[in-house]
Design a binder for this molecule. Structure first.
Ligand code: NIG
Ligand code: FE
Length: 415
């Protein structure tokens, strides 16, 4: 049993039955001032005010409490979109972009995803595993306690399985919630350069069955974009994956109105991610769906893309989640705190909306909002305690300043 006392503010309290927040509801982010929290068997057992503590404290007299004077306790961030398994950084492309080339220009010359794919094929499974674990450790230190990880730098049956087996090993060796996504349709590999239809068939006929046979993925994702995969190809791949129990996700509308949002909604995707090119039609499509729109402010920032209309989407009553898109090409950062700052500064979300986007809704985007993403009795004790700060608004306000002091995953202090 762990007892935490004198918490300046216990944040993100939510009824356990609420699995998603939409529209106006995103504004509420309940917190209890001057609070205690009790953890048992890795789960949240109870919480209340310090006044209430007085009447129950006898029960816990055997336990040495953790004191959190002046500090806030907040549910851990959930990062529902990462590509954190990669062999090497791509700073040379970063400089090419500074000098005028676009992300798409670089991809056309065989850079971008194909560059990472070549490097991944040459790297050992052990090195890829170790570097991924290092990235995860630095994400945990910044308050992230649940992570989705994609394949997609394999682009051949062998290399895609290699990536997914690494994710499986990460699942087995980490106490975090880890979810795995098959992203064979991330780009058309060199070998199928003039035969995209052939690659799509290979994904459907060979890759998906092989991934499913080894139970290597929870989700199937497609990069639905011009020069990548069309709306029709996206739907064909997602439907094929769904037959094997892989839940659809989409990289949608990052560079253009690609039909990715509609593909996701048509296939009951759990999320559609990116959304830089979204208009009323896409918002209407999302309106009566169970699909979570996810923005990736790190990628829009790093590639200098137009911003998704996040404010407009929430005002239209939609839910919204945020993720890092941690990858070497478009978002070399796994820092959810910075994403929250960008949401506030650039996307005009209030801090409460940004916190909900990074916790309960982000958990929904990886099907774990019944387990984590809020302070609720019975949920996993996945949270962080800040340094002594004046209010949680300091997180987006003091951007690039780490205000997180300790992190607990399933009730165990890991930082
Ligand atoms: O989410 N948009 C496609 N995929 C990644 C970028 C991957 C890369 O450039 O390596 C993204 O931004
Ligand atoms: Fe991505």
């Amino acid at each position: 049993m762990i007892v935490i006392l004198n918490i300046k503010g216990l944040c993100g309290i939510l009824d356990k039955d609420i699995l998603i927040k939409r529209g106006q509801d995103l504004r509420s982010y309940m917190f209890l001032p001057d609070a205690f929290l009790v953890i048992k068997d890795g789960l949240i057992k109870s919480y209340g005010t310090m006044t209430e503590w007085e009447s129950v404290k006898e029960e816990y007299s055997a336990y040495e409490p953790v004191q959190a004077n002046g500090k806030y306790l907040m549910p851990g961030w959930c990062d529902s979109h990462t590509h954190l398994i990669y062999a090497a950084s791509r700073e040379e492309e970063f400089v090419d972009r500074i000098n005028g080339l676009s992300y798409e220009d670089i991809a056309q010359r065989g850079g971008g995803i194909l560059n990472s794919s070549k490097k991944l094929a040459a790297a050992s499974e052990e090195d890829l595993f170790l570097s991924a674990m290092q990235r995860i450790d630095s994400m945990i230190a910044k308050g992230t306690t649940a992570i989705e990880i994609k394949s997609g730098y394999g682009l051949s049956l062998e290399s895609e399985l290699k990536m997914l087996r690494i994710i499986k090993r990460i699942k087995e060796s980490s106490s975090l919630i880890i979810k795995s996504t098959f992203l064979g349709a991330h780009a058309v590999p060199e070998k199928f350069k003039n035969n995209k239809a052939g690659y799509v068939r290979h994904i459907i006929d060979d890759m998906i069955p092989a991934v499913a046979a080894e139970k290597l993925a929870d989700y199937c994702d497609v990069f639905c974009e011009r020069n990548y995969f069309s709306q029709q190809e996206t739907e064909d791949i997602l439907n094929a994956g769904a037959k094997y129990g892989l839940i659809p996700k989409v990289h949608a509308n990052q560079m253009s109105r690609s039909g990715g949002v509609q593909a996701g909604v048509n296939c009951n995707a759990i999320s559609v991610d990116h959304l830089e090119f979204v208009e009323d039609e896409e918002i209407a499509a999302l309106k009566n769906s169970t699909t979570m729109p996810v923005v990736l402010p790190g990628a829009a920032f790093f590639l200098n893309l137009p911003l998704p209309p996040a404010r407009k989407m929430i005002d239209a009553g939609l839910p919204l989640a945020v993720a890092t898109d941690f990858n070497p090409g478009s978002s070399p950062s796994g820092d959810m705190n910075f994403m929250i700052s960008l949401l506030c500064v650039q996307y005009k979300l209030n801090p409460e909306e940004a916190f909900n986007a990074a916790t309960i809704n982000a958990a929904y985007a990886m099907n774990v909002s019944h387990l984590t993403g809020s302070i609720s009795v019975g949920k996993r004790a996945d949270f962080f305690i800040t340094k002594a700060i004046s209010s949680p608004y300091i997180i987006p306000y003091s951007f690039n300043e780490n205000v997180i002091e300790s992190v607990y995953v399933k009730g165990k202090k890991v930082v």
